[in-house]
Design a protein around this ligand. Structure first.
Ligand SMILES: [Zn+2]
Length: 131
């Protein structure tokens, strides 16, 4: 049985991080759907699970690795955003954050200095804000 499974999986993609994420998400969706009776969510979860199995048994390994790499990039961007938000929250008593009206660069200024003129270090635009 084990041997047959190994032979079946030979040349197929198998599991990866994206598949683990998708499987867990789909099971969570189906669990929520069963608790709340949301039929659409159940079908969506089932489709996601089907997609995870499709990827696992796929023979197009380069395509599947490219998908996984894209998933890693997304995950990295999301984690970076989350990290930045946490830093901002931790420093909320010391700094205020503004965006440059010209280039959208995020700027950090110390709190409690009254109205100050801020010069964007990226593009040189000056604007006045309350600190
Ligand atoms: Zn700027």
């Amino acid at each position: 049985m084990r041997d047959r499974f190994r032979r079946f999986m030979y040349g197929r993609y198998g599991s990866d991080s994206l598949n683990r994420f998708v499987s867990i998400a789909s099971l969570a969706m189906m669990a929520v759907a069963l608790l709340t009776g949301a039929g659409a969510l159940y079908w969506l979860g089932l489709c996601l699970l089907g997609w995870a199995y499709f990827r696992m048994f796929s023979r197009n390994i380069s395509r599947r690795s490219a998908e996984n790499a894209a998933f890693y990039r997304l995950e990295y961007r999301f984690k970076e955003k989350w990290r930045a938000a946490r830093t901002r929250f931790a420093q909320r008593g010391i700094y205020r954050y503004y965006r440059c009206p010209q280039c959208r660069q995020q700027l950090r200024v110390p709190r409690g200095r009254g109205r100050i003129q801020i010069t964007c270090p990226k593009c040189g635009t000056q604007f006045v804000k309350k600190s």
